[in-house]
Each structure stands twice: as structure tokens, then as C-alpha cells.
Design a protein around this ligand. Structure first.
Ligand SMILES: [Zn+2]
Length: 364
């Protein structure tokens, strides 16, 4: 097991890394506490923990429903992370074809429905159905399997709320984009989601406070989805050459690290393209330079610390470039080529600058 930021890697299943967020165990503490308050027995606490454990196995199955369906459309999944509020399958990208997006979004809740149907069959065959306590249908159930069944139905229904970041929000957006552009569909879907969030918020004020939490969750999800799509629209069909840095320093493979240090301190550049004559042969990133200084001192050679360059063509559009940057988080600096020659570099900071300028021009 190893840590990656705030997440602990649990293992690899079906070729996808499974992570658990550091805050995830808090959920178990909270559930254990709730059952202790409600039942006052260790048996009750054990039941609560077993229940939430099994429930999260169902959540993992739900996320694999998305991930494995996306794989059928040629889209990989970077990882699946367990958060206290549910699971998150980090797809490399969302399918652009609305029909595929609908299928990928539906296959999560479909897994929960399948689990519920399977359990219903088992309960029917074994005569295990028991009447539920209407006061606390989930808290102190008569039957473990029956609770898991109900929880899976809840998961499916909850995820089909037509608002981002729920699966239902994606289905709604994809359905709308059959009739309008993807951007328009996202904006409309986000608006519907935020209206729903307001409704949940008002209901929450008078009823279950949990609804307020859901409302905030939906509101933020809708805003960030609309923002991401707007950003993509601003970057589409804008050639990389319009945003790249053309005033930059380079290193050669034979340069000493002292040269990199001087350039770093004298300016704002942190990562440097490495050129052998006219040919781009690598990139020296700041972290590699620092590591090199630790290992070899100022006399170390750039050739020993550089890594393979990530490149793009000057005619590529910025939206594609941003996608590439997000897919390879290690590639902080992208080298822009025109007919094989290096003509510029670009990083995340450039792209945000470009976006801020575009937004300012649009607000005039
Ligand atoms: Zn889902």
C-alpha cells in the first residue's frame, strides 16, 4: 500500500488502481458512533460497520460499472477513489458521443439495480423477507440482506437525480445535447441542477438537514461542470501558437547544472527545453534540476537529469493541449514544434493567462 497525496492505494482490480481517501475511515467512525447511540451494544456497532462495509463494496461495483463500460468505448480509467460521500471513477476523458455518455452514466446505477434484484431473488427463494421498522428502516433492520437491498435502490435513485455531479446529470446533459450543442446542453443541465439544489435546500430547511448538504454538493457540482465546459469552448479552435511563450531559455545536454541554476534565479522560468543543436532532446524540470544538484552538485550535466519531452504541434488547438496536460500530470511543460523545430513552450499557467485574457475581452 502506498500514499498518493491524501489517498491510500488499496490495490489493483481489473487493471484499475483502487484508492481510499484519508477521510474515508471517518465515515466508519461516524456510523459506528450512530449505531452505538441508537443501540448501545457492541453487536449493534458491529452490525453498522458490517453494513457500511458491504454498502461500500456495492459503491465500488457501481464505479466499476462506469469504468468497465467506458473501457468498451476505448476510454481508460486512471483510478477509482473511495470518498466518505461515495466513489469516484476518474475516467481519462468523458465520451464526447452523447449516446456513449448516456450508457456509461447509466451503467453505474444499473449495477446497484442488478444487486438489488439479485438480493430480492435470494430473499424470495429463502423466505427471508421481514417487515421493516417504519421508524428506522435502515438503522436497525430485521434483515441484513434486506437493508443492503434497500440501500442499493437508494443508491440507484440518488445517483439518477438529474443534476451534476450525479450520473443523472450526465444523462440529462447527453439527452439535451442531441438537440443542442454540448456547451448549451451543459449550461442548461447545470441550471436545472442548480434549481433542484435550491429546492433541496429549501426542503432541507424545513425537514432533513441532510438535504442541505446534498443541495450544496449539487450546487458546486453544477457550477464546476458548467465552468469546465465554458473553458473548453474558449480554448477550442484556438491554435496553441496563440498562447505559447516565445521568449524562453534553453539548455544543451552538455550544460552544467550551474547554468540551469543561474537561469532559474535570474528569471521566472522553472523548466527548460534541452536542445542538441537544432534538435529537441529533452526537458529539464525544476524538480529534476534540484534532484541533480543533490546528487551531482553544480558541476552535474543536464544530459543526466533531463526527461523525454512532451510535444505538440503549433497548429493543435488549445482544448486538445489542455486535455493532454491533464492526462499526463507529470508533463508540466509542453514543447511546441513547427516542422520539427522548437518555436515555443507552454504550461498550465499560460493557458490560465490566456483564459483570463479571453474572459476580460468578452466582458467588454
Ligand atoms: Zn455513478
Amino acid at each position: 500500500m502506498q500514499w498518493s497525496g491524501w489517498s491510500l492505494r488499496l490495490g489493483r482490480l481489473a487493471g484499475i488502481d483502487l484508492y481510499m481517501h484519508a477521510t474515508f475511515p471517518l465515515l466508519f467512525l461516524w456510523v459506528g458512533f450512530l449505531y452505538w447511540v441508537q443501540t448501545g451494544t457492541l453487536g449493534g456497532v458491529a452490525f453498522g460497520l458490517a453494513f457500511i462495509g458491504v454498502l461500500f463494496l456495492c459503491v465500488v461495483a457501481h464505479e466499476y460499472g462506469h469504468a468497465l463500460t467506458a473501457r468498451r468505448f476505448g476510454i481508460g480509467t486512471r483510478h477509482i477513489t473511495l470518498l466518505p460521500i461515495g466513489g469516484l471513477a476518474m475516467l481519462e476523458r468523458m465520451p464526447k458521443d452523447p449516446q456513449q455518455e448516456i450508457i456509461v452514466a447509466l451503467m453505474g446505477p444499473a449495477v446497484n439495480i442488478a444487486i438489488a434484484l439479485g438480493l430480492a431473488l435470494v430473499l424470495t427463494l429463502t423466505g427471508g423477507w421481514t417487515p421493516m421498522d417504519p421508524e428506522a428502516p435502515l438503522m436497525i433492520p430485521a434483515s441484513f440482506l434486506q437493508s443492503v437491498l434497500l440501500a442499493n435502490i437508494f443508491l440507484a435513485v440518488f445517483n439518477m437525480i438529474p443534476a451534476f455531479p450525479m450520473d443523472g446529470g450526465r444523462v440529462l446533459r447527453a439527452a439535451l445535447s442531441f438537440r443542442m450543442g454540448r456547451t448549451g446542453a451543459t449550461v442548461l443541465a447545470a441550471r436545472i441542477g442548480q434549481t433542484l439544489a435550491l429546492g433541496f435546500g429549501v426542503l432541507g430547511l424545513f425537514g432533513n438537514p441532510l438535504l442541505i448538504l446534498i443541495a450544496v454538493f449539487i450546487w458546486i457540482g453544477a457550477a464546476s461542470e458548467a465552468g469546465a465546459t465554458e473553458m473548453e469552448t474558449r480554448l477550442r479552435r484556438k491554435p496553441v501558437a496563440r498562447a505559447m511563450i516565445t521568449d524562453f531559455h534553453i539548455l544543451s545536454p552538455d550544460s552544467r547544472l550551474s547554468r540551469a541554476v543561474n537561469l532559474t534565479l535570474a528569471g521566472k522560468q522553472r523548466d527548460f527545453p534541452v536542445l542538441d543543436g537544432p534538435r529537441l532532446v529533452g526537458v529539464a524540470t525544476q524538480s529534476a534540476i534540484l534532484r541533480g544538484l543533490r546528487d551531482h552538485g553544480l558541476e552535474g550535466r543536464v544530459a543526466d537529469i533531463m526527461s523525454a519531452p512532451v510535444t505538440a504541434e503549433s497548429s493543435d488547438d488549445l482544448a486538445t493541449l489542455l486535455e493532454a496536460l491533464q492526462q499526463t500530470p507529470d508533463a508540466r511543460l509542453i514543447c511546441i514544434l513547427h516542422r520539427g523545430a522548437l518555436i515555443g513552450v507552454i504550461d498550465m499557467e499560460n493557458i490560465s493567462e490566456f483564459l483570463r485574457i479571453q474572459a476580460a475581452l468578452q466582458d467588454r
